[in-house]
Design a protein around this ligand. Sequence first.
Ligand code: NAD
Length: 245
Amino acid sequence: MSDLQLLVTGCKGRMGQAVINAAAAQGVAVGAGIDVGDALPEALAKCSCVIDFTSHHFSDELVAECLRQGRSMVIGTTGHTAEELARIRAAAEKLPIVLASNFSVGVNTLFWLTRKAAELLGPDFDLEVVEMHHRMKKDAPSGTARTLVEILAAARGLEYEKDCRHGRHGDVGARTPAEIGVHALRGGDVVGDHTVIFANVGERVELTHKASSRDTFAGGAVRAARWLADKPAGLYDMQDVLGLA
Ligand code: NAD
């Protein structure tokens, strides 16, 4: 066992349970777990690092308490508002934080391939992202789909907020080159599928990742907590942890 003691927030949830199992598999101690209604300060005092898979509504409280107690953070929760993200970025000036919309090695490879394909294929290809998740998922599009759109937008000199088109309905007119479509499907128990489509006249390239187990995300989050243990304050992502940055 290492000195690392994890606080698992959302410990009764799908990802929280998977993180507890992944920590055991990697020989990392879980000092405490909390879920809705449990006291955060007492639990955090017993731990050195938080792994958070809860709801973005909990973000401000969690970040403030980690700042008060000087604890590092691995944040897997998605769907943060711009204001919540700004407070996470500000906290990272004082704390080491890994913030990642996806902790799997496969999806981080998809991020790399998406950047590369956007550069190689150039502006003639229309860009669309399709994601599918289980029926219980609350936020849309997924954090991973958002990251994919941000990568495509950066490659094209576009902006997520301005140029991302969330689905289409009604008399929307022809597609313009300056838009990136994103479409969220929900159903059943799908752990997480993402496809990036590059479509030109006469040909189309599709890059797809399908997750079949949450263990891949949970294992990556525990790996991120171990990697973070000797890092200075700063905002990191899974590309940093995996050495892909
Ligand atoms: P879930 O609903 O199964 O679990 C969330 C848990 O958090 C629940 O037990 C809930 O009671 C708890 N919770 C909510 N608010 C809380 C609060 N204020 N204090 C303490 N506990 C609280 O959801 P899930 O499928 O485990 O997903 C959780 C989050 O993780 C979502 O935002 C999801 O998008 C994200 N996620 C990220 C990745 C990744 O790789 N980054 C992978 C899967 C899921």
